[in-house]
Design a binder for this molecule. Structure first.
Ligand SMILES: C[S@@+](CC[C@H](N)C(=O)[O-])C[C@H]1O[C@@H](n2cnc3c(N)ncnc32)[C@H](O)[C@@H]1O
Length: 437
């Protein structure tokens, strides 16, 4: 999707996706940064946070942190700000009428006006939490200038940012320049007198008006798909997002520690256990409830970073997530049972292969196939020396598949039915449901 291409996230970047659910752009950002960097994905609506968590979990990236805040007031964590911020705001969706004709039936000219303040304030906060010199991409799936150029005109008039020519960043995309002139309409489609100079109309400032052509519009009929709008902003190098120039008296407070339900870096005890069981301890391991989580170094830096509150007047030491409200972190690598290391989780195991050595055992592909099809072979028939071993192991084959198993008197799989079904279909095995087996 083009907003992420315009954002251009790089490995090791710390990126915020301010309005993230269902998460298609979050996972695209993760693809760009790979296993380096951190993506903080925010969503305010509880039901939509759950969808976001399922989607980032399915994607299996270690670099994601899901948080839940009203984006207009998201805390500035890390304190130094983000390298890049995507602001894919709630909008009327008037560019999606091919996919969803119902949108057109319900759309009214006043709908965009009712969203503009929210959209404007989301971008303002995005700018405030971006590092000086960092990039912000504003995007909507609406074609209404009130939600698009109207928001950007307000931003250019009030914030310490410049606008980058989106067309030159996305060469070859069938698109048009942003509009510098439009009418504000009532719900009967008639122009409203005297709105030209209001926040909804085109800007009266000629300089701001001349910059709007750097926005990018894609009309749905020109691409036979969905229409959308985007603008690329660069925070000025000396911009501090609204507090620049003021003398601040900074008070340092030691805020409450995180609640027990938040992930925390593993301590020496877990490091010793992992060293013994896995042969080495991957960087950035976290503990949360019954799970051990694998994340990235940059995520650890966010946790450690100093942050501020009350527009910079209060400084809070790091070593916690607060005031971020954390819902999900990274990739679940292993399960804990009765305080002890229980087993690797299959998605985590695939990623840990190569990073750690110990619980892995290479076997012939046919053995993994047979276990997936319901057989429970004898340990010694799987691999000779497993016969002496009891406990959790991960079998892997030359195709790069990993299957967590329990070695007892028989070898049994330790994955859910859903994971089994996915593995069978990936390997071209018949999909047989348990009741039929
Ligand atoms: C256009 S959707 C985002 C789509 C997403 N970026 C993707 O590509 O999958 C906008 C999202 O913003 C959320 N939202 C609405 N108001 C918000 C707010 N004040 N703060 C943060 N998110 C908000 C909505 O619930 C919705 O999930």
């Amino acid at each position: 999707m083009l907003p992420v291409l315009a954002l251009d996230p790089q490995p090791a970047d710390v990126v915020l996706d301010l309005c993230a659910s269902p998460g298609s752009k979050t996972t695209q950002i993760c693809e760009h940064i790979g296993d380096l960097g951190a993506v903080v994905a925010n969503e305010v609506v509880s039901g939509r946070v759950n969808t976001l968590v399922s989607n980032v979990q399915r994607h299996g990236s270690k670099s994601t942190l899901v948080v839940q805040h009203d984006g207009r007031h998201i805390p500035k964590v890390p304190g130094v700000g983000f390298d890049r911020v995507l602001v894919d705001v709630p909008c009327t969706g008037s560019g999606t009428t091919r996919k969803n004709p119902e949108v057109w039936r319900k759309w009214l000219p006043s709908s965009g006006r009712s969203l503009q303040d929210l959209q404007y304030n989301l971008v303002r906060r995005a700018i405030a939490v971006t590092k000086p010199g960092g990039r912000i991409v504003y995007s909507t799936c609406s074609l209404d200038p009130v939600e698009n150029e109207g928001v950007i005109a307000r931003i250019l008039s009030s914030e310490t940012v410049s606008i980058v020519d989106a067309g030159s960043l996305l060469e070859g995309v069938p698109s048009q320049k942003g509009m510098d002139h439009w009418e504000v309409l009532d719900d009967n489609g008639k122009p409203i007198e005297g709105t030209g100079s209001s926040q909804y109309g085109p800007p009266s400032d000629k300089l701001v008006s001349s910059e709007l052509g750097k926005c990018l519009r894609v009309w749905n009929d020109s691409i036979g798909g969905g229409g959308f709008f985007l603008a690329v902003l660069k925070k000025d190098s000396d911009g501090s997002g609204g507090i620049s120039g003021r003398e601040l008296k900074i008070r340092t407070i030691d805020e409450l520690p995180d609640p027990k339900s938040f992930p925390r870096p593993i301590g020496e005890d877990w490091s010793r256990i992992l060293e013994k069981s896995w042969g080495s301890v991957p960087n950035s391991m976290w503990e949360r409830g019954k799970s051990l989580i694998w994340s990235t170094e940059e995520m650890g830096e966010i946790w450690k970073s100093k942050r501020t509150r009350k527009s910079g007047r209060v400084e809070v030491s790091g070593g916690r997530w607060r005031p971020l409200k954390v819902i999900h972190l990274g990739l679940i690598a292993a399960k804990i049972r009765h305080g002890e290391l229980d087993r690797l989780v299959s998605r985590g195991a695939r990623r840990l292969l190569g990073e750690i050595s110990s619980p892995f055992a290479e076997v012939d592909s046919s053995i993994i196939d047979s276990i997936l099809m319901g057989e429970e072979p004898l340990p010694e028939s799987v691999i000779g020396n497993l016969g002496e071993f009891r406990g959790g192991r991960v079998l892997f084959d030359g195709l790069g598949s990993c299957l967590p198993v329990w070695i007892g008197s028989r070898v049994t799989p330790m994955i859910s039915d859903a994971e089994k079904t996915v593995m069978r279909s990936v390997r071209g095995l018949p999909i047989v449901f348990d009741e039929e087996e």
